[in-house]
Ligand binder design. Structure first.
Ligand SMILES: Nc1ncnc2c1ncn2[C@@H]1O[C@H](COP(=O)(O)OP(=O)(O)O)[C@@H](O)[C@H]1O
Ligand SMILES: [Mg+2]
Length: 510
């Protein structure tokens, strides 16, 4: 007898439907799988056998062949245990009926027949809906992440027997439900606020500009000046995530198996801050069984690299592709995978190895050569992709002792949102979302300063010896400042503020 069950395999952060065909024929007892299964799928045979027996079903002592199609797709993981078991039960006539064709199955089995969680249920739910299926049967623990997708039934199960009864129409199990709106509401009142940051008005303003245009930013300042504190609060002034953005980001967490009922949807912009000892695979993804890296976990959020010069040079170099393209491509012999990675880069560093260069109170113990060497650890190409550089000096005692609170994140965020609205209108119908992403063509079209602005730019370009790259960074940032100002044109004051945000273009102070 031949039977077929539907299942799914992951390709990057998307799922592809896989047919699990089971044939049971006369012959010597044998259990073979074909269709490029990896080690984990092969082990699945032993689990399937035990699970079926221990759940009280017969394991046929005949020649069983399992084919996973399409064959050219690499399938990993244990999620095929459930569809293979059900396929065997269908081939022996234990499972019968329509539902086997309407529902996709996914789940790892324990030896006693209980269903254990797997990775990637969200993309699977999306794929099932796109394929016009009625629903998916997934491990109970994974049901909430699938349930954020509307228009497809996501049914959580915990025992093999339950699945058999459901498919035979002998048992009803209601689809899992989650309150999607609640995830977005929760994000509104969570955590830190800019009101807690005393003083540092210039830094806060620069962060507002960065958030408004989605510009990458680096902060340079002595230890304890509040760089980390400021960075952590950036997600609180970024625009709220849209549902589509939340789904895209959540897919990354789903394929990594990081979701649970409380965190079924990532509706808050992520803030990732990997330690400087991270490997290149940890940062951009990859590995034997490819996994997304930190840049993808920061998708639609913030990637914070604290102590930037401490990162290994080759690790920083791999950041180029995600910064440029908003995605990471991982090439393998048979296939290449893509993970999304559109994030705002926020970096922090000390001005010199000891940290006190330029500090009026602490003497700096570094020689100019040491300072130069320290700064040169951040490669030119990386620095080229950072629009805004600012110095964050030590907080003044007067500011710290001031009992008043600073401006709250909500107020800053509403200005950011307004500036984003202007950009959405400007770039409607194109692939660009924010000023930071403008190509030269757009810079020419939208960032032309007025005559006073042009003169000022000419003056500083010559005096500071700015490169063509810095020049276009300044224009983009000036555009964002004008947007925050509600100004159609880019004027002198916008250009002059943008020029202040290029402190690394200036020479090292001695
Ligand atoms: N502007 C500030 N307002 C209030 N507290 C501050 C400020 N700057 C620093 N702090 C305090 O100092 C601590 C250390 O700051 P941190 O952000 O870690 O500095 P850095 O990352 O620059 O070394 C913070 O946790 C905070 O308690
Ligand atoms: Mg810090």
């Amino acid at each position: 007898m031949l039977a077929k069950a539907l299942s799914s395999a992951l390709l990057g952060i998307d799922a592809v439907i896989v047919d699990v065909e089971v044939d049971i024929a006369q012959g010597l007892p044998q259990f073979a799988t074909v269709g490029l299964p990896d080690g984990a799928v092969k082990e699945s045979k032993d689990r399937v056998k035990s699970a079926l027996k221990n759940a009280g079903y017969d394991f046929p002592a005949r020649k069983i062949t399992v084919n996973l199609a399409p064959a050219d797709l690499k399938k990993e993981g244990a999620a095929f245990d459930l569809p293979i078991s059900i396929g065997i039960l269908a081939a022996t006539g234990v499972v019968k009926g329509e539902r086997l064709r309407e529902y996709l199955l996914l789940g790892e089995l324990s030896l006693d027949g209980s269903v254990k969680p797997v990775r990637g249920c969200l993309p699977v739910a999306v794929a099932a809906r796109a394929a016009g299926l009625r629903g998916i049967l997934v491990p109970q623990e994974n049901a909430p992440e699938g349930a954020v997708v509307e228009g497809v039934e996501v049914i959580g199960v915990s025992e093999l027997a339950e699945v058999v009864e459901f498919l035979n129409g002998e048992r009803t199990i209601g689809p899992s439900r989650v309150d999607v709106a609640a995830f977005f509401e929760r994000s509104a009142d969570a955590g830190d606020d800019f009101a807690e940051v005393k003083g540092q008005e210039l830094a806060k303003r620069a962060l507002e500009v960065a958030a408004a245009g989605s510009h990458n930013i680096i902060m340079i300042g002595p230890p304890g000046s509040g760089k980390t504190m400021l960075s952590r609060r950036i997600p609180t002034i970024l625009p709220r995530m849209s549902f589509e953005e939340a789904i895209e980001t959540t897919k990354v967490y789903s394929v990594m198996g990081l979701l649970d009922r409380e965190n079924a949807l990532v509706a808050q912009r992520p803030f990732r801050s990997p330690h400087h000892t991270i490997s290149d695979i940890g940062l951009i993804g990859g590995g034997n069984t490819p996994r997304p890296g930190e840049v993808s976990m920061a998708h639609h959020g913030v990637l914070f690299l604290d102590e930037l010069p401490e990162f290994k040079k080759h690790v920083l170099e791999v950041l180029r592709q995600p910064l440029e393209d908003g995605r990471v491509t991982i090439s393998r012999a048979l296939i290449s995978l893509t993970y999304p990675s559109r994030f705002m880069l926020v970096a922090a560093m000390n001005p010199c190895p000891c940290g006190y260069l330029g500090d009026p109170l602490h003497p700096c113990s570094c020689t100019p050569v040491m300072v130069q060497r320290y700064r040169s650890r951040i490669s030119g190409p990386l620095l080229d992709r950072i629009d805004i550089h600012i110095e964050v000096p030590a907080v003044k005692y007067r500011d710290l002792a001031d009992g008043r609170e600073g401006e709250c994140s909500r107020a800053i965020g509403s200005r950011v949102e307004q500036a984003r609205e202007v950009q959405r209108e400007r770039f409607k119908g194109s692939k660009v979302h924010s000023n930071a992403q403008m190509a030269p063509r757009y810079i020419k079209k939208y960032c032309e300063p007025d005559s006073a602005g042009s003169r000022m730019l000419e003056l500083v370009t010559d005096r500071l010896g700015l490169s063509a790259r810095s020049y276009s960074r300044i224009l983009k940032v000036a555009r964002t400042i004008a947007d925050l100002d509600g100004s159609d044109g880019v004027r002198e004051q916008h250009v002059s503020e943008a020029i202040q945000y290029r402190s690394l273009d200036r020479k090292v102070p001695s």
